[in-house]
Ligand binder design. Structure first.
Ligand code: GEK
Ligand code: PPY
Length: 247
């Protein structure tokens, strides 16, 4: 289980292909996400803390777009409710394979962890069981925008009273000046974490066709339209935020 430093975009590429969650990305993913997403470690750990407040006995906790299972591990560290299980889902086989290895390592280090199933599946077609907590930690932004409302409505349908959806996303800003400032500050964050101008530029063109951030206003209205009753932002660092949506 090696995790390497992220140099995926360090050399000039004649053509920058669209970003995909393949084996090359899996190898560097922990380093990449920590150096690219301001607040990521804080968000992941605190999803565990928040989840402990919403988790209901005898229910499922979903980690949708689980990648290597960072959120699943946080859920297993914090949630104490009886008879809960975690369902971690990702449609990248490279991710789920490595995610299982990390979770087995967690199993061997701690006792009485919540049981977890890692499923290789598309969250757009997965049937959800009754859930008290659903985490979409930087996953919705990779779902085609026209599919987002139906996915959120299905999550809302699966949520039990007293449960919650935790939605973390990169944000776009409707005010042009605010958007430009926070984008520049995010680039400064990446530079401070050792990425070169070339790495930053090539990564930007790799993700621009596959990752489509929305504004906070769009998120809020779409969640309300999907049947959520309340949307509460609990974290923002630069242009990355996390929201609690209540059923
Ligand atoms: N339709 C889909 N079905 C299932 N998985 C999908 C789909 N589309 C994309 N994914 C998966 O969603 C994940 C998004 S990364 C999440 C980080 C993680 N949550 C973390 O807290 O470390 C975010 C990022 O890299 O910025 C990838 O693993 C995709 O394969
Ligand atoms: O790198 C970026 O600019 C991002 O917005 C976040 C990101 C992190 C990891 C994979 C894809 C996108």
């Amino acid at each position: 289980m090696s995790h390497d430093p992220d140099h995926l975009f360090a050399k000039p590429l004649p053509h920058v292909p669209d970003f995909v969650f393949n084996e090359d990305v899996v190898r560097v993913f922990p380093d990449m996400i920590k150096r690219s997403v301001p607040g990521y470690p804080t968000i992941v750990e605190n999803i565990g803390v928040l989840a402990a407040q919403f988790a209901q006995p005898d229910s499922c906790l979903y980690d949708l777009g689980c990648s290597l299972g960072a959120v699943t591990q946080a859920l297993r560290r914090h949630v104490k409710a009886d008879n809960c299980r975690v369902i971690a889902v990702d449609n990248s086989a490279a991710m789920t394979t490595r995610c299982n290895e990390y979770l087995h390592a967690q199993d061997s280090m701690f006792q009485e962890l919540l049981p977890v199933s890692v499923i290789e599946a598309d969250i757009l077609t997965l049937a959800f069981e009754p859930a008290s907590l659903v985490a979409l930690n930087f996953t919705l932004q990779f779902i085609p925008p026209e599919q987002r409302p139906a996915l959120l409505a299905r999550i809302r349908q699966a949520l039990l009273p007293g449960g919650a959806l935790i939605l973390s996303e990169k944000l776009r800003f409707e005010d042009e000046q605010e958007h430009a400032l926070l984008t520049d500050l995010h680039i400064a964050f990446k530079r401070a974490n050792g990425y070169s101008e070339l790495e930053i530029a090539q990564k930007r063109s790799a993700i621009e066709n596959v990752m489509k951030p929305d504004s906070l206003e769009t998120h809020r209205q779409r969640l309300l339209d999907a049947g959520f009753s309340k949307v509460v932002p609990w974290f923002q660092c630069l242009n990355f935020a996390s929201l609690i949506a209540l059923p």
